[in-house]
Design a protein around this ligand. Structure first.
Ligand code: GDP
Length: 479
């Protein structure tokens, strides 16, 4: 893998002369059109505080499985893919269960409902796919691995409890992913239920109810008495319709691994979500660095199926190894090609784990990333000891935005820096600013592997000073 001096200079936002000089210092004489190897290039980049990344798994896969863009007439409507989020105990699991059960037809009711990681319900003859693991952590964990599978988030807020810390987290996780939010105001059967108060509180977080002139759909429901579940599902379909979700079913399938495990009798078992094309029994597939030929497929009701189109979750058998949740899968042209590509990807992963340098933004190299045009917006997650400080830090930092880079807070909250904060930062390429708080142990280790920059401050002015300096490329390196 090689890169020309010219390209390297462009990537690093330097002049070719500067790069040639850096190379000379290393005893390498190169002209502007000459190529240097990747290791040399990354050493030069490091001098400027930039982590140079080789092809990512994603770009490599895209190259292997390159396909023609779909023409509009090939695209047909596909079901929306939905997750349920919200504060603990507000009824996420109950709501999902209620939706799934109320949707089981009399004929199926006797059968065992299978939990394969995702399920499909039918409303007025149209399908909706639900991811079965509720919560924004699961959602962001997938996103952190590059998987964008969700179209709509149902935000569950208990009518007797209102907006709580994890409600705010869920809102910000969904917003950072550009996912449409529909609010389910749950537990309206309870005596203390106050849906209007919930709407009021949501307005403070930018979700203004439709009936109040905003564009957020709020549906009062009860998972226990099963009130208004139909309306909720109809709203999901309405939002999906407006988003015009489409895919081409007439090509080789690709999609995402939702979950996977090793089954004693059946070998590696994976639940996949088909995102485009149609997956068929007998297809040779590549998933992460594993491959195989699909031996059998089951739907979420445990029925054997021969094919699965866009937005359909199915359990598949036949992979050589267990892939990871969040891995993408592709149907190859042949078994041979599947094996070959899987080997290339496995090889790349081995090298990558030695190098392990995801190209994340950090204050140390912010300036060079701005210069090279890689960063136009610095995303930050702000955690502080009290709400007043969250606001103060947020506002003082956002005010530093200039023509070249915008500072944008994707999440702000009170309390220690959690693993979920780090996952959000990783998935959204953000840095974390902690004010009078510390990271939890779990958060610290995830931040290390994910290379998320966490900065801790006790004085707001110091935070402002650091970001300002980083934007100008004048931050003293941290040792
Ligand atoms: P999760 O943590 O968000 O998944 O919440 P659960 O679904 O586990 O629900 C937490 C508690 O709230 C359970 O005891 C449920 O029975 C109860 N609950 C959930 N939905 C409703 C509802 O609509 N009405 C009432 N009264 N209780 C509910």
């Amino acid at each position: 893998n090689k890169v020309s001096v010219q390209t390297l200079a462009e990537k690093l936002g330097k002049t070719p002369a500067e790069i040639i000089k850096s190379l000379m210092m290393r005893g390498i004489m190169a002209s502007i059109n000459q190529e240097v190897d990747f290791d040399t290039a990354s050493q030069v980049a490091e001098e400027y505080g930039i982590l140079l990344e080789e092809e990512t798994q994603e770009t490599l896969e895209e190259k292997m499985f390159e396909e023609e863009p779909d023409s509009p007439e090939d695209l047909v409507e596909r079901p929306p893919v939905v997750v349920v989020m919200g504060h603990v105990d507000h009824g996420k699991t109950s709501l999902l269960d209620a939706i799934r059960k109320s949707n089981v037809t009399a004929k199926e009711a006797g059968g065992i409902t299978q939990h394969i990681g995702a399920s499909t319900v039918e409303v007025n003859g149209k399908k909706i796919t639900f991811l079965d693991t509720p919560g924004h952590e699961a959602f962001t964990a997938m996103r952190m691995r590059g998987a964008q599978v969700t179209d709509i988030a149902i935000l569950v807020v208990a009518a007797d409890d209102g907006v709580m810390p994890q409600t705010i987290e869920a809102i910000n996780h969904a917003k950072a992913a550009n996912v449409q939010i529909i609010v389910a105001i749950n537990k309206i059967d309870k005596p203390g239920a106050n849906p209007d108060r919930v709407k009021q509180e949501l307005a403070d977080y930018g979700l203004l109810a439709e009936e109040w002139g905003g564009d957020t759909i709020c549906v009062p429901v009860s998972a226990v008495t099963k009130t208004n579940l139909d309306t909720l599902l109809e709203m999901v379909l309405l939002v999906a319709e407006m988003a015009e979700l489409k895919a081409n079913p007439n090509k080789r399938a690709r999609g995402t691994i939702i979950e996977a495990q090793l089954d004693k009798g059946r070998g590696p078992v994976a639940t996949v979500l088909v995102q485009s094309g149609t997956l068929k029994v007998g297809d040779p597939i590549v998933a992460g660095s594993t491959h195989g030929r699909i031996r059998a497929m089951m739907d979420d009701k445990g029925r054997r199926v021969k094919k699965a189109g866009p937005s359909t979750p199915v359990e598949i058998l036949g992979l050589s190894e267990v892939p990871s949740a969040g891995d993408r899968f592709y149907v190859a042209e042949s078994d041979k090609q599947a094996r070959h590509y899987a080997e290339i990807l496995a090889e790349r992963n081995r090298e990558q784990s030695l190098r392990a340098t995801p190209n994340k933004v950090s204050l140390d190299d912010l300036f060079s990333q701005i210069q090279s045009g890689n960063v136009k917006q610095l995303n930050i997650v702000v955690k502080a000891d009290v709400q007043g400080s969250v606001e103060a830090v947020k506002q003082s930092l956002e005010r530093l935005s200039n023509d070249e880079v915008r500072i944008h807070t994707i999440h702000g909250g009170v309390g220690a820096i959690t693993e979920s904060d780090v996952m959000l930062a990783s998935a959204s390429n953000a840095i974390i600013i902690g004010f009078n708080v510390r990271p939890e142990a779990g958060a610290k280790s995830v931040a290390e592997t994910e290379k998320v920059d966490i900065r801790l401050y006790r004085v707001i002015y110091n935070a402002i000073e650091d970001i300002e300096a980083a934007m100008k490329g004048m931050l003293d390196p941290e040792f």
